[in-house]
Write a protein that binds this ligand. Sequence first.
Ligand SMILES: *Cc1c(COP(=O)(O)O)cnc(C)c1O
Length: 817
Amino acid sequence: MRELNKEEFKKEVIDYLKVLNFRTVEEATQQQLFQAVAYALKDYVVDQWMATHKASKANKSKIVYYLSMEFLTGRALGNMIINLKGNQEIKEALEELNINLENLEEEEPDAALGNGGLGRLAACFLDSLATLGYPAYGCGIRYKYGMFKQEIENGYQKEVPDDWLKNGNPFEIKRAEYAQEVKFGGYITIRKDENGRDKFIQENYQSVRAVPYDLPIVGYNNNMVNTLRIWDAEAMDDFNLNSFDKGDYHKAVEQQNLARTICEVLYPNDNHYAGKELRLKQQYFFVSASVQRAVKSYMHRYGDIHKLYEKVCFQLNDTHPTVAVAELMRILMDDYNLEWDEAWSITNKTCAYTNHTIMAEALEKWPLELFSRLLPRIYQIVEEINRRFINEIQSRYPGNYQKIEKMAILYDGQVRMANLAIVSGFSVNGVAQLHTEILKHQQLKDFYEMMPEKFNNKTNGITQRRFLLHGNPLLADWVTSKIGDEWISDLPHLNELAIYADDLRCQKEFMNIKYQNKVRLAKYIKEHNGIEVDPRSIFDVQVKRLHEYKRQLLNILHVMHLYNQLKQNPEMDFYPRTFIFGAKASAGYERAKAIIKLINSVADVVNNDASIHGKIKVVFIENYRVSNAELIFAASDVSEQISTASKEASGTGNMKFMLNGAVTLGTLDGANIEIVEEVGEENAVMFGLTSDEVIAYEQNGGYNPKEIYNIDQDIRVVLTQLINGTYSPENPNLFRNLYDSLLETKGGEKADQYFILKDFRAYEEAQKKIEALYRDEARWAKMAMLNVAKSGKFSSDRTIEEYVRDIWHLEKIEVKL
Ligand SMILES: *Cc1c(COP(=O)(O)O)cnc(C)c1O
């Protein structure tokens, strides 16, 4: 089999340009060059991909199917070259062709098939699974439009469709031979089969053809290539199905429309349930196709349906794919004629659920009417699961109706997906220690009491291949020069850097790399925002989805406060700061959009006030996504992780910052707690209410922010500036809604429900600490370096090994070429 070879690679690029575009290298556009290089690379990858498939078959490997509505993979080209260890060979080949690799990388659209953390986690997991040698499929949806592109117009967010497939995707392979039929609607009739057994038959349904597109997930330097399988919907080619009268034109057109709409667009909600019919269709569509195909593939290899769980595991990334449990029951009973008890036992041993949030507004609860109308057979099965589970509750807690009220799957006219996932699988995991403890003792207390053996924690992680090796090549090379390159596939090796943390020369080298990365980001900001920022200032960064619980509002209110102080006292000792934000708001989330506008309005005023001599700059980076995230993490000094304690289940942005040598300024929430555990309290700055305190306030009906408003003059001034036109002279009421949210209880929503004013002074103190630490250059360099050195735990390689050990029980394979 072929090695990556420079001369051969050059020839392939030239050939592809010819075949695809009728062009030579000199004539080709950058996009055409990108396509040709991508195809040439795919040629190498496909050999390894096929070899992986063969090895997994020969080894009779158990396979995990990671079912997820989202995979936020970003760009593939650069990462793929790195993982193939083709960097040197390919760079040289391209140089000799006069092609610049970095420019080519810019030609690739981000695959933005996800919102934020949950989707990026799925992408990191796939990278780690392939790198560690575990056979796995990611299963999702091939959205025609991924996460919208964000444009900032006059300070406001504007959503622009993300037509990421417009030039085609050179890495994908359509696998039409694995298409599956997915049925919606109609009704169920019961007939007896030849053995007198009830047969459930769906009639008068609409169906779509689910067609898989496979994307290669290349492991690091191990010849392993796993598959991300994303499903597209096509109209059934048999326009007239036997399920409705031939010639029923109306139905036929409806069915075509269903196929057209189902994969059209990713819902841009992060941590929020919207309850839209099309969303439920998307869920069942990709889950049904994935589970059907997985069972067929298993049967083709092994032939004994009773032992499915020995070779297959479905991991449910949040409740979004939870219909998988009922779909598997349906297949086992209706297609393979198993009795309920056996189907149930197999399903229970095959499905596992990951919980990603405790936020009430994120809980999926489908209206019964919608669920049963769209998925009539699945609904029957869920009803029966519910009936049997309630019997179990009753025999365990006789007469205790509160237990039923809390744990029932069907309740109050709704299908509660989390309850279904917990009851039907063998594992429930949270995504950081604190989060799992809150699940066990608060949110899911009753379930934990009844089935404690299911609960476990898997603290999230990130892949160092993308977020250090690819995103921060200067630091990656420096690290390798100090301790060798084992960290690339074994991150805890970074700990060997700790001995250099006090070494003045190393500190200098390290901070110089940070400086160069800040220059790189400053250039990006100049190009995209037209704002000059000083790379010698502190780069204080908050990038993540815009959400009230993440408290970008606390950050910008503090900036407003600092600005007031500087204005009042221009001679004040103040270390220059650049406050950098990046965040998309869900299109319908008005308050989040108002916060974006506020950040941009503050930026306009502060950045253009000559009297403060550029001591504060505020930058809102447009269209935050994986590709610019890589630049941002590399250039950050301060990592803002300031969610209301208890609300951020884990966070993974925090880990990417740490890996790149930024110091965490954070609350005791999610994985921040474990970050501090690793790096030591002296090397992070933590502040604010604890999760216990927040939960205690919430259980007592909140707190009264007006008390703070009344006694704290500085806070009062800042809040007043929200409504007196300081930042919106053309419309002083622009931020009235934000003001009210902090001070007024309205429509069942508590005043300042995210404890922004309550934590304000503690945050200010923490910010002062940051400044003092930064002024001490040696102290800061040591802290920053120790953050890198102690980030080993937060590799998704570690997370995946824990899933394998406790949940999936996979075995590694070796792929030989
Ligand atoms: C890591 C990442 C996130 C998640 O960030 P959090 O701070 O954990 O919310 C969101 N979006 C992108 C593009 C990311 O890379």
